[in-house]
Design a protein around this ligand. Structure first.
Ligand code: ADP
Length: 475
């Protein structure tokens, strides 16, 4: 009887989770509206919303006419990449591209600005010196480079910006407050390289640039990987906080949407505890419900709670109480285990969480927990995307943007493309399916056929070279 009571308790934990994480389409539409409203507020005034809505000064997206050889550096995580992209012009596909990946030595992440940028410039120099496929630039011509720098930057032009703070594993005091393009430019001069930083962008802008290069109907880009962020093309007159300063008709806005928050988001005690224990409490609330850095840990927290209610998990495991031991790809592997006896789930529970001999019926609950957390994440991400479409009047409803009738919108059925990138969307099939399904639910069957999510590959690097190309003088 006691055993049955404990089983019941565990099922209750699951049922409560399901209820708290529920995202019926009505709720998703509230999130859509909240996203559009917050975007508006963030564009109206500095600090007007949790959404920073950062200006990128990118007002010319590549369109396929670019020609020549361009370089890119992509710094944003533990690896950094150097790229060379050959563009043929006249809407041709990218002719060719070379990429070199390199880990950033650990000690440089906490060293000095000079050490880090000298290392980057050296790698670029080695890369350039290895050229020899006939497509390289003549030596007389200065090379143009796009720099993808995925940390919070206050942009001052399309090619310059001030570092606000380091994130992830980086912490180099003397870079904060300086212009990161200058840092790179000076390091390149020290190495004797004649290279100009023609664009400084963050990774989502790279994804958008690549999307737009391939397809001019691309209006927004979303990354859902370790973290999550989005950017989109906004009309200059809707960017109220710097009205008059912008000369072009439109500009890419970097939303920093990981920090979005709304009372309509279905939040559980697990989310609250994860946030409290994080190094950045009250920050990145949307990201903490959606991105790969966190999903596995939310699941771990639920399983820990279940194991406290019942000894069906076996003797308590200290592993289960260790933050971040359950990485999202492993969680996904349990979720997608289609073996009849859930042998993959058993294996991961044993090897990663040190829980051997978890009975099949409990393993089924584990899969269900993964499903609830991933489904919620994917559906919220979909609502965020539709929020962007709503803000720019591409969700089929007319938009909240201007309120006035816009005769330049020939049809409510205009084809709309959103570029998407990141391991969660590309490698986690069930996440992708839930996201796509929710898009259709929110937009409706008919309208959603005009909205296309297109996967980009390596947009963060390639896109920087493309933005550099679009912002360089023609050859
Ligand atoms: P990053 O965001 O780190 O630059 P990616 O876009 O490749 O790089 O995303 C990597 C993240 O995607 C990982 O941290 C992980 O959380 C998630 N991920 C990668 N592969 C899978 C997978 N098969 N299933 C679920 N999540 C995955």
């Amino acid at each position: 009887v006691k055993r049955r009571r404990k089983w019941k308790k565990m099922v209750e934990v699951l049922e409560e989770l399901e209820e708290c994480c529920d995202t019926p389409v009505g709720r998703l539409k509230q999130v859509v509206d909240a996203m559009a409203v917050e975007m508006h507020a963030g564009l109206a005034s500095e600090g007007g919303s949790k959404l920073k809505m950062l200006l990128t000064y990118v007002d010319k997206l590549p369109n396929g006419s670019e020609k020549g050889t361009y370089y890119a550096l992509d710094l944003g995580g533990t690896n950094f990449r150097v790229l060379r992209v050959h563009l043929g012009g006249q809407r041709s596909a990218i002719l060719g591209q070379d990429i070199e990946r390199q880990p950033i030595p650990q000690h440089l992440m906490t060293s000095t600005s000079k050490d880090l940028f000298d290392f980057i410039a050296s790698s670029l120099k080695d890369f350039i010196e290895k050229e020899g496929n006939g497509l390289e630039q003549p030596l007389s011509r200065r090379r143009e480079l796009g720099f993808t720098f995925s940390f919070p930057v206050k942009q001052t032009s399309v090619s310059s910006g001030i570092l606000i703070k380091w994130t992830k594993a980086f912490s180099i005091g003397d870079t904060i407050g300086s212009d990161v393009s200058d840092c790179l430019q000076q390091a390149m001069s020290r190495k004797g390289l004649d290279v100009r930083v023609a664009a400084l962008i963050n990774d989502t802008v790279g994804t958008l640039a690549l999307g737009h290069y391939n397809d001019e109907d691309t209006v927004a880009a979303v990354i859902i990987g370790t973290g999550t962020n989005a950017c989109y093309l906004e009309r200059a007159d809707a960017i109220i906080k710097c009205q008059g300063l912008l000369t072009s008709g439109s500009m890419v806005v970097n939303m920093e949407w990981g920090n979005f928050w709304s009372s309509h988001l279905p939040r559980t005690s697990y989310d609250i505890n994860l946030d409290v224990a994080s190094p950045n409490p009250n920050d990145q609330g949307f990201e903490k419900m959606i991105s790969g850095m966190y999903l596995g840990d939310i699941v771990r927290r639920v399983l820990l709670r279940m194991s406290e209610e019942s000894d069906d998990f076996g003797p308590s495991s200290s592993k289960l109480a260790t933050p971040f031991v359950l990485r999202t790809p492993l969680m996904a592997a349990m979720h997608e285990d289609d073996s009849p006896d859930l042998s993959e789930v058993a294996k991961i529970l044993e090897e990663v969480l040190e829980l051997p001999d978890v009975p099949l019926k409990v393993r089924k609950l584990v899969v269900k927990v993964c499903d609830v957390i991933t489904r919620r994440a994917a559906r919220l991400a979909a609502a965020g995307i539709v929020g962007i479409l709503k803000k720019i009047g591409r969700d089929g409803s007319g938009g909240i943007a201007s309120g006035k009738f816009r005769s330049d919108m020939p049809s409510r059925m205009r084809r709309t493309v959103v570029a998407i990138e990141g391991g969660l969307y590309t490698s986690y099939t069930l996440f992708r399916e839930y996201l796509n399904e929710a898009m259709t639910e929110i937009l409706g069957e008919e309208f959603s056929s005009h909205v296309i999510l297109k996967v980009m590959e390596d947009g963060s690097g390639t896109g920087a070279a493309l933005v550099a190309a679009a912002n360089s003088a023609p050859e």
